[in-house]
Design a protein around this ligand. Structure first.
Ligand SMILES: *[C@@H]1O[C@H](CO)[C@@H](O)[C@H](O)[C@H]1NC(C)=O
Ligand SMILES: *[C@@H]1O[C@H](CO)[C@@H](O)[C@H](O)[C@H]1NC(C)=O
Ligand SMILES: *[C@@H]1O[C@H](CO)[C@@H](O)[C@H](O)[C@H]1NC(C)=O
Ligand SMILES: *[C@@H]1O[C@H](CO)[C@@H](O)[C@H](O)[C@H]1NC(C)=O
Ligand SMILES: *[C@@H]1O[C@H](CO)[C@@H](O)[C@H](O)[C@H]1NC(C)=O
Ligand SMILES: *[C@@H]1O[C@H](CO)[C@@H](O)[C@H](O)[C@H]1NC(C)=O
Ligand SMILES: *[C@@H]1O[C@H](CO)[C@@H](O)[C@H](O)[C@H]1NC(C)=O
Length: 439
């Protein structure tokens, strides 16, 4: 496949008047994700299992869960590399299911057709409401195939307290969760209309997710695109995410995470946090968000922490980003409170330190283009701004807002930085693939 090596700066230049149209191709090709991978046949040494051979109907109505479980169990216990094929042109109805490892050998799950969830939330009565497709304890799993995972979330959204406050607040499933997985690759998949979050990595080590397309209505509640929790060595790249919540969220004790070439929006932007909820401790560090387009979102790049937490969010770089009509393009919010009741003021806080924002341009939908609302008791330190230009989308002015924020800046920063001076970490020395995966 021909890769267009075009950076986001092609787009930045277009926005500011120069015509670098060669570069729009890069994004157009990204917007039309390859529908499926190559069709060349693989060497015979790899065993291939078709879901239909295990009784799956793929008609969209029959409960094909047992066929998937049986196929998985055979593949997972097979002594050499195995591929499970979920063929194109069919829809497999799968009830909440848990596929566990360890497996004897590497497994590839090739999803070219569609996996659909039961649309009735009552199917989950007596089951864990946070899980639909739950894959755990697997080493060297690859998921690919150009197919679709459809959470059929509409009824869950209608029952959400975010949509109608007379509803009780209850959890809804994450469409696909990877728990304690190692050396995981997920590529070339479409995820639509999840019940709640679309894809989550929890306690995983070494993950590469690429060429994902995640789509849900902007008004669907809590439908984060990709959620990374307590995972190390994660790269998410070349993906399009349009949902009702964060395109990508990073929480827990996560580190060495790189997010690159994402088209995000609508949604809530790319977030670190929320951290520190219910007085919890989090240590999030070595995160880089690079080369992405964020448009028509509530936030651009954000760090959000609840009062009363502890730990830190540090060594984080956001760079080479284009914002288009984003309400809060750059925001640190240490007073985050996503609850129906107001959150009382507390002294403990997650320390926010060594955060760089470099080469971020575009338009803000509100006047407050830069906001650093830091903790009264534990101010933000080592913030760094370089080459920032955030103009108002409707021709007005833009401003920076600072509260207990300390840092430094270099070169053009518009709106001008408002923090008090503190030296800090300047810029991550890259976060190369080897650095991410050498764990
Ligand atoms: C679907 O199949 C799975 C696996 O056999 C079973 O656990 C589940 O109860 C079935 N669901 C319904 C609604 O039949
Ligand atoms: C919220 O739910 C209540 C009770 O089910 C219902 O009467 C009301 O019409 C709903 N409101 C909206 C805006 O959907
Ligand atoms: C993060 O790690 C710390 C220390 O190991 C632990 O106390 C804390 O509970 C962890 N936090 C989360 C959110 O898992
Ligand atoms: C952040 O980076 C600085 C400078 O490289 C390093 O001294 C510090 O240990 C790092 N912090 C964490 C939590 O890894
Ligand atoms: C900007 O976003 C707002 C919603 O945040 C929307 O109402 C408005 O139409 C958008 N403007 C442009 C120029 O896209
Ligand atoms: C919490 O602190 C903020 C800032 O210091 C103040 O504006 C607000 O009134 C306080 N809220 C409560 C509930 O005390
Ligand atoms: C922030 O960066 C400074 C300077 O590189 C380093 O000494 C410090 O340990 C870093 N803080 C954290 C919490 O990583």
């Amino acid at each position: 496949m021909k890769r267009s090596g075009c950076s986001i700066f092609g787009l930045v230049l277009i926005l500011f008047g120069s015509s670098q149209l060669i570069c729009t191709r890069g994004f157009e090709s990204l917007l039309k994700l390859p529908q499926s991978g190559s069709t060349r046949t693989r060497p015979r040494s790899k065993r291939v299992l078709f879901l239909a051979d295990f009784g799956a109907k793929g008609d969209g109505f029959t409960n094909d869960t047992k066929a998937l479980i049986n196929t998985w169990e055979i593949a997972c216990s097979f002594p050499s590399r195995t591929r499970i094929v979920i063929p194109a042109g069919r829809a497999y109805l799968v009830h909440p299911v848990s596929l566990g490892g360890p497996c004897r050998s590497k497994v590839t799950l090739r999803i070219s057709g569609t996996i659909t969830a039961p649309k009735d939330p009552d199917v989950w009565v007596g089951l864990n409401p946070r899980k639909w497709l739950y894959i755990h304890g697997v080493n060297h799993l690859t998921i690919e195939g150009g197919g679709t995972i459809n959470g059929m979330g509409e009824e869950w959204w209608d029952r959400s307290c975010k949509r109608n406050s007379t509803n009780p607040c209850r959890h809804a499933p994450t469409a696909i969760t990877f728990h304690r997985c190692k050396n995981l690759k997920v590529k070339d998949l479409m995820l639509v209309n999840s019940q709640q979050m679309h894809m989550a990595f929890t306690h995983c080590i070494r993950v590469l997710a690429s060429h994902l397309k995640v789509i849900a209505p902007s008004a669907s509640p809590n439908t984060d695109g990709v959620h990374i929790s307590t995972s190390k060595g994660v790269m998410i790249k070349d993906s399009i995410i349009r949902t009702g919540d964060d395109c990508i969220s990073i929480v827990g004790n996560s580190s060495r995470v790189k997010i690159i070439n994402i088209v995000c929006g609508p949604g809530h932007g790319i977030s670190i946090g929320s951290l520190g909820k219910s007085n919890s401790r989090s240590e999030v560090h070595d995160i880089m968000v690079d080369g992405s387009l964020i448009s028509n979102t509530e936030n651009g790049v954000r760090i959000k922490t609840w009062q009363g937490g502890s730990g830190f969010a540090s060594n984080i770089t956001f760079q080479n980003l284009l914002m288009k009509n984003v309400s809060n393009p750059i925001i640190i919010d240490q007073y985050y409170c996503d609850s129906l009741l107001p959150c009382p003021n507390q002294t403990l806080a997650v320390k926010v330190e060594n955060i760089s924002f470099i080469h971020i341009r575009g338009t803000s939908a509100t006047e407050k283009a830069i906001q650093f609302s830091c903790s009264d008791d534990l101010p933000c330190e080592g913030l760094y701004l370089e080459d920032i230009l955030l103009l108002s989308v409707n021709g007005g002015t833009t401003k920076s807002f600072c509260w207990e924020a300390r840092g430094s800046s270099l070169g053009l920063v518009d709106p001008p930085a408002c923090f008090s001076y503190s030296e800090g970490f300047i810029k991550m020395k890259g976060l190369s693939e080897s650095a991410i995966y050498s764990l």
